[in-house]
Design a protein around this ligand. Structure first.
Ligand code: ZN
Length: 270
């Protein structure tokens, strides 16, 4: 087993910090890559944020996040597409390797899951020309099926790769171990993803898990064999930074400096 490559710090892991604080802390801790969320960029101002990231020499492994296409009304779907076009422009401005794209959940009050998946498909087709023109890869991130109703009708790697096959150039997948570790078809789908893995996100599945979204563990705190999944990604040609993305009410309650230390210590479990 090879050692994990460099850490990329997803800004949500240290949610209390502004972008300048994240950039400063990365320099201090020797972390060479980040993956910011859009609200953090917007708070810093896009031009200033892009400048800070460039000046610090940080690689940007992804921008979180686009997608979320389904909506009950046509106006809502159009607004989502416009927002994704802005996200693509932001990803381009900061030199991000990819824009992480989530499927979005069911429209409010709807039980039409196939219909919501079709809205996601239409949204992806609508923004693909913009992404190609900007040179920004759309990284489709399937989320654990427990979030299907409210966050992601895109639930499996197989489903994401089917969309990649359909959409063609400019689209890949973001593999987040939290969302795919349970999948009995994982090894086969990771092999199928050869050349298309645009992002690799790590955290851990705690037992018990007390929140569907905000109880992720630091790598090593749970039951996911992260090195085994990383090896599958590397065998499929992925060679980017291991993106540490911890959505956790417990870790968010800690001093971000302590979280940084834990992130660095957790690297051996990746
Ligand atoms: Zn993720």
């Amino acid at each position: 087993m090879t050692a994990p490559g460099p850490i990329s710090l997803n800004t949500i892991t240290v949610k209390a910090w502004t972008l300048p604080q994240v950039v400063e802390a990365c320099a201090r801790h020797g972390i060479t890559a980040i993956s910011p969320w859009r609200d953090v960029l917007q708070a810093a101002g896009l031009t200033a944020a892009a400048q800070q990231i460039r000046d610090a020499g940080l690689k940007v492994t992804g921008l979180c996040r686009g997608g979320m296409f389904p909506a009950a009304e046509a106006a809502g779907r159009a607004a989502a597409i416009e927002d994704n076009r802005r996200a693509i422009a932001e990803a381009h401005a900061i030199g991000a390797d990819c824009l992480v794209v989530l499927g979005g959940g069911l429209p409010k009050g709807s039980k039409d899951l196939p219909g919501a998946r079709e809205m996601m498909r239409e949204g992806l087709h609508a923004i693909l020309p913009d992404a190609r023109a900007a040179g920004v890869t759309l990284a489709l991130e399937p989320l654990h099926p427990m979030t299907c109703a409210d966050r992601s009708v895109l639930s499996t790697l197989s489903q994401a790769l089917d969309l990649c096959d359909e959409l063609g150039a400019g689209v890949g997948v973001a593999v987040d171990v939290y969302h795919v570790w349970w999948d009995p078809d994982l090894a086969r789908q990771m092999a199928r993803a050869r050349g298309r893995i645009a992002g690799f996100h790590v955290c851990d599945w705690k037992v018990p898990t007390t929140d569907l979204v905000f109880d992720r563990g630091m790598p090593g705190e749970g039951v996911i064999d992260i090195p085994a999944i990383r090896a599958m990604a590397e065998a499929s040609g992925w060679a980017g930074g291991v993106e540490v993305e911890i959505l956790s009410n417990r870790w968010w309650a800690e001093d971000p400096e302590a979280v940084m230390a834990a992130v660095k210590a957790s690297h051996v479990a990746c």
